[in-house]
Design a protein around this ligand. Sequence first.
Ligand SMILES: Cc1ncc(COP(=O)(O)O)c(C=O)c1O
Length: 460
Amino acid sequence: MAIAPNSPAARDIAYALHPYTNLEQHQKEGSLIVKGGKGVYIYDDTGREYLEGLAGLWSTSLGWGEDRLVDAATKAMRQLPYYHQFGAKAHEPGIDLAERLIKMAPVPFSKAFFTNSGSEANDTAIKIIWYYNAVLGRSQKKKIISRLRAYHGVTLATASLTGLPHLHKYFGLPIGEVKHTSCPHYYRNAHPGETEEDFATRMAADLEKLILEEGPDTIAAMFAEPIMGAGGVLLPPRTYFEKIQAVLKKYDILFVADEVICGFYRTGNVWGSETYGLKPDILTCAKALSSSYLPVAGVLISEPIFQALAKGSAEVGNWGHGYTYSGHPVACAVALETLNIYEERDILGHVRKMAPVLQNGIRRFADHPMVGEVRGTGLIGAVELVKDKATKTSFDPKQFVGAYLAKRAQAHGLITRAMGDHLGFCPPLIITAEQIEELLRRFKLALDDTHEWVQEQGWM
Ligand SMILES: Cc1ncc(COP(=O)(O)O)c(C=O)c1O
């Protein structure tokens, strides 16, 4: 469609630099301009409806148009539109949210710190870990382990943790302190005949090998998402976290659970850590903390870590970290109201009821000639496309088959996300059984269109 001069689409092309976008293509084709939303649907500037199959960016858990969150923001804005938390200043929304998170955490934590984004939360966690080890007199214990295909953010340090090549190429990353260990994706990386348990044992052995090669005294921490989200919705194989955590304990290495996607009911429990038995020293969360209505993220730390920060800060004069918007009162008030809604509406019970509808539904695609693996749990899942089911051969990444499918889905009124040839499902937690069926119906149309296109291209 032609883009009219001076229209919002034309001005978007002229002035906006878009994150995670093929910028050359955007200059030609422009953006989908989103005007509004209601429940699990969003609407573009022509009034066209789309089912948001990814809850925005895995995040708008309560969907669009939740008036209680708007009212909470308005009230908080009138009461105290801004105050900071530097130099021992506090406000009630910040205090209440810290208490609430500490009390609902999957393991005992001591203190909560707030940032504006998941990236900042993980970046803060790295700085806390470095500070902790330096105060303990072991500044050389500084390297951080992450996993290939992990996603932990986009700051210099967290983009380095992220194990995806497009976050590194041309950016001069990763930084030297970050080391990547194997990706625990059973379907792709298991040896023929290897059981899930044996695969998990091998993943733990790979981790131990890396630690020994680098020197255990130089390794400070490991970061992990309970389910690797942006890497393609990769679920941990059975016994994986039990074995990984045993290795970390053996070498006195801290464990950070990145609950930015999994936190707040996504996996069928409050935390992904509960679903998969993670016992972290630090936990980071964001996104569904405020249903993404305002930017707010959290870092929860254990008591020994807090003690080290306290000791260092007393010596230096203060703990030299914090953002202008750390614990913004309006964002904290919206987060508190989000947590109230989760409890009052029994979102946990609803997710557990809807999970089999989504999980059984996406597994219906397993027989499709272009689908290699279907995976997921709770209200998160993915379909992985392949050129050849029997040999698990992938399409050439330059053919952008996943991206084509996501475009076809959009044409059929469904927003999904292509992570290479992995297509993600992560709808708002409020989705109903009928809406899940609608999501599946629209996805099937896009899958069939893509299959036809791939055959026309002679790629299958
Ligand atoms: C697991 C995980 N960690 C961290 C982040 C980074 O969060 P943000 O985009 O808010 O910086 C994301 C974002 O998708 C994420 O999925």
